[in-house]
Ligand binder design. Sequence first.
Ligand code: GLN
Length: 203
Amino acid sequence: MASSQPRIGVLALQGDVREHEHMLQQCGALTLRVRTPEDLESVEALVIPGGESSTMSLLARTSGLLEPLRARVAGGMPAYGSCAGMIMLADRILDGRSDQQTIGGIDMTVRRNAFGRQIDSFEADLHLPTLEGPAMHGIFIRAPWVEQVGESVEVIGRVEGGPAAGRIVAVRQNVLLATAFHPELTGDLRVHRHFVEIVRGQS
Ligand code: GLN
């Protein structure tokens, strides 16, 4: 049974861990850094930060976390990944390093560094109908996009203008949530609040 103050882990191998912790705490969650399989056992949900997915993949393997992470996600643990975290939650990736592995869980194909050199980092307003209120300001930093999704994946956000218009950048599959952008860098709590509601079984 999910408690009202859920214990949410932040995968702390690499990336913008502190920013996610700060957001989650403002949404009423207890946070814990996950670096070992033992840490993982003590949390009921997990956030996978932005950073560098190939490094995260390597560190997940060397720290013995990759298989436990796969098992927890396959077993129904809620998880939210931003940017590199989105890549880690993808069942399939394109343009990964040859030895790069993911945790998987979301039936999608994600292309790393998809936006290309011209617009590799940019900001854009996004309308996410799942989240009430005004447009969300999305920060994209060498971000991936989602190239293909399976039937059970709900597309919750797309790029709205420019050369990448229509590209999928936010998805949900049951208790798994992923965004190509970084809400942890804007202070807009809506994505994290939505995730905490998922963890509480309220969404
Ligand atoms: N390009 C990075 C990767 O492949 C993701 C960038 C990010 O998380 N801001 O993992």
